[in-house]
Ligand binder design. Structure first.
Ligand code: 13P
Length: 335
């Protein structure tokens, strides 16, 4: 087994998943201000340290994705954050793209930046303890979107990123996120997401990326948030499986879904059904940001000294998602 494949499996095996705590400072500021906490470097660290030192980390969280600020921070006990994560039995990851900017030639779409100087930054992150990385491409659905230009240029960037990351002995998370915003149906989401993912893998193969050492982080197949009808969770699971079966090469060891604005319970329930019906060889797990942190953040914001209470809520969410990654979750377990 290759070293990279080994890392990917360690992150996702046995119902473990990923805690995406890599919100940029701008996004984290939005999240903190939404619960009326001031967004200072100290407060951002305070909340994240509470999560990273929770007991649920050991059993349920195989990897944590950090933001540049956090990977360089030191805990209240004077440990480096990657040391804390590793003490808890989890693996440190790092977001390495520098964000999505307007795509020249298609003003309503985005291209993710960060390739210039990436090799040097990767070497630094590796020295800081990172074993895996993340890059997010973002696509929106409308009649004419995602355009061929956006699909092609983001796939190219994801492939160049992945090749560089593997060269530096880390596992790239390939995240092509097709947003749920819009009036589109789930069938349209299926069609566009499949096209996006297929194009990504064509480029990864062209760039000689070892697919056994990659984790795919896709969206689930959902109807747009302004679509006229609601689709069932069963349909979400079945369409998502159809999409991945058609578009992901069999060498890829695992898939870790983003939550993308689903509620905590929805994200858990859908993941559980995906695993119940999973007839592929892919591990199907989670790499959730909001769906792992929302309730914990809300609770914490009321009393930022209540570490234990906050950890209890986080542990519960992590456990529920871990059960879902094994297809063993049920609604009754939420109480
Ligand atoms: P959400 O689960 O909140 O969508 O975040 C996952 C992520 O890392 C988006 O890039």
């Amino acid at each position: 087994m290759s070293e990279l494949n080994n890392i990917a499996l360690k992150i996702l095996n046995n119902g473990k998943g990923i805690l995406a705590a890599d919100e940029s400072t701008a996004t984290m500021t939005k999240r903190l201000e939404s619960v009326k906490v001031q967004s200072t470097a100290e407060n951002r660290l305070l909340f994240r340290e509470i999560l990273f030192s929770a007991s649920g980390m050991t059993e349920y969280i195989g990897g944590v994705i950090l933001y540049d600020e956090t990977i360089k921070q030191t805990t209240s006990k004077k440990n480096k954050i990657p040391e804390l994560i590793s003490t808890m039995g989890s693996i440190t990851g790092i977001k390495v793209d520098t964000g999505a900017k307007v795509l020249a030639g298609s003003q309503n779409e985005k291209i993710t930046e960060g390739l210039d100087g990436l090799r040097e930054r990767l070497k630094d992150y590796y020295k800081l303890g990172a074993k895996f990385t993340k890059w997010r491409g973002v696509y929106n659905i409308s009649k004419e979107h995602p355009s061929k230009l956006s699909i092609q240029s983001n796939a190219h960037a994801l492939a160049r990123y992945s090749a560089l990351v593997q060269e530096c002995n880390m596992v790239p998370i390939v995240e092509p996120e097709v947003l749920m915003d819009g009036e589109h149906s789930a069938d349209e989401c299926l069609e566009k997401t499949s096209e996006v993912i297929k194009r990504c893998f064509e480029e990864l193969i062209l760039h000689k990326v070892d697919l056994k050492g990659v984790i795919l982080k896709p969206n689930m197949i959902l109807a747009g948030n302004k679509y006229k009808n609601k689709i069932s969770n069963e349909d979400v699971a079945k369409l998502t499986l159809k999409c991945l079966k058609d578009s992901v090469p069999s060498e890829v060891p695992g898939v870790a879904f983003l939550s993308g604005g689903q509620s905590e319970i929805e994200a858990t329930e859908n993941l559980n059904l995906i695993n119940k019906y999973n007839d592929t060889n892919f591990i199907m797990s989670y790499s959730y940001g909001r769906a792992l942190q929302q309730s914990a953040l809300k609770f914490w914001s009321k009393d930022i000294k209540n570490i234990e209470g906050t950890q209890k809520i986080f542990n519960h969410r992590a456990k529920m998602n871990s059960l879902a990654a094994l297809g063993k979750w049920s609604k009754e377990l939420e109480n």
